[in-house]
Structures are given as C-alpha cells and as structure tokens.
Design a protein around this ligand. Structure first.
Ligand SMILES: Cc1cc2nc3c(=O)[nH]c(=O)nc-3n(C[C@H](O)[C@H](O)[C@H](O)COP(=O)(O)OP(=O)(O)OC[C@H]3O[C@@H](n4cnc5c(N)ncnc54)[C@H](O)[C@@H]3O)c2cc1C
Length: 310
C-alpha cells in the first residue's frame, strides 16, 4: 500500500501539507493540518471518501472556523475547506438550494435581494451554511434552520438527503457526525414583496446594532463558548463565578460578555482551553450548574475532553 501523502498528491493537484489552520479560524490560533484541501468541487470530497477505503485517515470538515478551537499541535486530519462557485440556486416552488460552503451573510444578502424571506436567523452569524446546520445556529431573529427542508449529505458509504426532521435538531446540535459532509442545504423561502423585504432589513439592522453593543466583536473569538443552560445565561453564570476579565497570556474571558473568550494578540488555543475548563469548574462550584460546551474542539485528546465535563 502506497503512503497517504503519495496517494493524495497524485489525486489532488492542489492539496497542501503542513498548513497552519490559525488563519482559517475566527480565533486566529491553532496548529497545523497534516494535509489541507481547499476545493469548490463536491466530486473531490467523494474522491477523498473513496480514498479512505484504501488507506485509513481522518477527514476534518472546516466551514469558516467560527465555532472551532483547534489545538496548537499537529492536527492529524486531511482538513477540507469547501468553497463553491455560485453557491445559491433559486429553484421552483420557493426552493432555494445553498451550497454548504456559502457564507451565511452572502446567502442572506442574495435571498433578500431576490425577495425571499425566512433566512433572517442568519443575521450577524459569521459562519457558513454547512456549519450553521451542523451547529443548528440561531440569532435573536430565529434559527437559520427555521425554513430548512433538509440537507444533501455525502458520507463514506453514500450520498443522500436528510430531512429537517431526520437531522434531530435541538439547541446548538444536530446529528451530523464528524465523518459526514453536508454538501448543500435546501430551504423553502417564500417570495415576498419589496415592502416585506424592507421590514426584514429594518429588523436585521436593529438586531445587528444590539449585537454590536453586547458582544466583544473587535477581538478574535469563537462566539459563545458554552450553551445557555435552561433558564440561565452562561455569561451571567461565568460572571457570578468571578471570572470576567480573567486572562491567560493574551487570551481573556471577555469583560463585555463573559461567555466569550477573546484573543488579544498572540493567544494560544491551549490557553483558551484552560480558561474553558476553569469556567466550567468554577460555575459548577459556584452555582451547581454543569455548563455544556458549544465550541467544537479539534486536536485535544479524549481525556482532555472528558475533563471538561467534570
Ligand atoms: C463573533 C461570533 C459571533 C457568533 N454568533 C453566533 C450566534 O449568534 N449564533 C450562533 O448559533 N453561533 C454564533 N457563532 C458561532 C458560529 O458562527 C456558528 O456556530 C456557525 O454556524 C459555525 O459555522 P462555521 O462555518 O464557522 O463552522 P466551523 O466552525 O468551521 O465548524 C463547526 C462544526 O461544523 C462542522 N462543519 C462545518 N461545515 C460542515 C459541512 N459542510 N459538513 C459537515 N460538517 C461541517 C465542522 O466540522 C465543525 O464540527 C458566532 C461566532 C463568532 C466568532
């Protein structure tokens, strides 16, 4: 059996080895991918899955990296970033098909310009459509998935359609596994008149102003660190545990919003990870509430991940 590197290089002309992932995350920290493939072609992802039948390796699907904390070490994956051309298709019966690598803000803009309503939940969320379905992202204007019909999925075994009901969507969670790729999402977005679009745009404007006043958006972060426990705000719990402003190196629990961890310069992923553990531990000790992580971890060991649960 030929080594993975050789097979990858002969199959993909533009695959790269040993690529720093920090620039591909909103936190601007993290280690290097063993291999990195940026592609606009779904076929490449099918080919990659086929190669796995020949040589075992792990694939990591990267969206815009806005909900990811990647360890400062070598990431033992073939990391794939899907950047399709012409990502939005307006089809019959109000259907809008959006390729997963499309940024939410681009999708929202195109939909409103075409008088389609229903994607407002995406307002202000910096990720891609694939990442948003995977994380079941939402804003004060609703869930991104509120008008979702389903997603086209590619796995090692097949390609298929999973309906919204089959995605088991709950708060910040879906049943998409790390070894499944969302190729595109199908939404049913009704056509509305110009007046309705202008009302939506006003709502979005107000919502974005509120976000700017509440969130520390001037420094790199990965958005909310923890999910809000039922009936509580994770940020308030962290603040009550006395952790607002606590730093490790250049990484800080934000003073403006304690559920954000920010990178003030040369912060490392490990420092963010330790602050996450500290926050979970202190909130448990102070309030008896177990915080659940929202941010996805790459490259931290199983035992590290278990320690987070306390
Ligand atoms: C400043 C800031 C504000 C934020 N505000 C919000 C908010 O209001 N609401 C909210 O819900 N989130 C928010 N987030 C978090 C984040 O933007 C969302 O979770 C977003 O949906 C993640 O998308 P992404 O493309 O960046 O995914 P990534 O971070 O790249 O990946 C997240 C997960 O999705 C998986 N994934 C990504 N694409 C695919 C794909 N095509 N197929 C299969 N798996 C895939 C990845 O493997 C990973 O497990 C915020 C983040 C920041 C930095």
């Amino acid at each position: 059996m030929r080594p993975l590197k050789e097979r990858l290089y002969e199959t993909f002309s533009d695959i790269k080895a040993d690529v720093s992932l920090a620039p591909y995350t909103s936190f601007k920290a993290g280690g290097r991918a063993l291999f990195f493939l940026e592609t606009g072609r779904e076929e490449d992802i099918i080919t990659l899955f086929k190669l796995q039948e020949e040589i075992p390796f792990t694939i990591g699907f990267l969206g815009k990296g806005t909900n990811l904390l990647i360890n400062d070490t070598v990431i033992n994956k073939v990391v794939v970033r899907y950047q399709p051309q012409d990502p939005v298709t307006f089809a019959d019966n109000n259907r809008v098909i959006i390729k997963s690598g499309c940024l939410l803000q681009e999708a929202l803009h195109l939909c409103l310009s075409n008088n389609r309503a229903g994607l407002e939940g995406a307002a202000g969320i910096p990720g891609t459509v694939g990442g948003a379905v995977c994380m079941n992202a939402s804003s004060g204007l609703g869930y991104v998935t509120s008008c979702l019909e389903g997603v086209n999925i590619i796995t090692g075994h097949d390609c298929g359609f999973r309906t919204k009901e089959e995605l088991a969507l709950t708060y910040r969670s879906s049943n998409i596994r790390p070894d499944e790729f969302i190729a595109s999402a199908v939404f049913e977005l009704p056509e509305v008149d110009d007046k309705a679009v202008s009302v939506i745009r006003q709502k979005i404007k107000k919502h974005l102003q509120q976000r700017r006043s509440r969130q520390p958006l001037s420094c790199p972060s990965f958005g909310s660190v923890f999910k809000n426990p039922p009936g509580h705000s994770a940020g308030e719990l962290i603040e009550k545990a006395g952790l607002k402003g606590v730093s490790l190196g250049d990484v800080q629990i934000a003073t403006r919003h304690a559920n954000f961890i920010i990178n003030k310069g040369r912060g490392q992923a490990r420092q963010a990870y330790e602050l996450i553990q500290l926050a979970a531990k202190k909130v448990w000790q102070h309030s008896g509430i177990r915080l659940q992580r929202e941010v996805v971890l790459w490259g931290f060991s199983d035992s590290d991940s278990k320690a987070m649960i306390l």
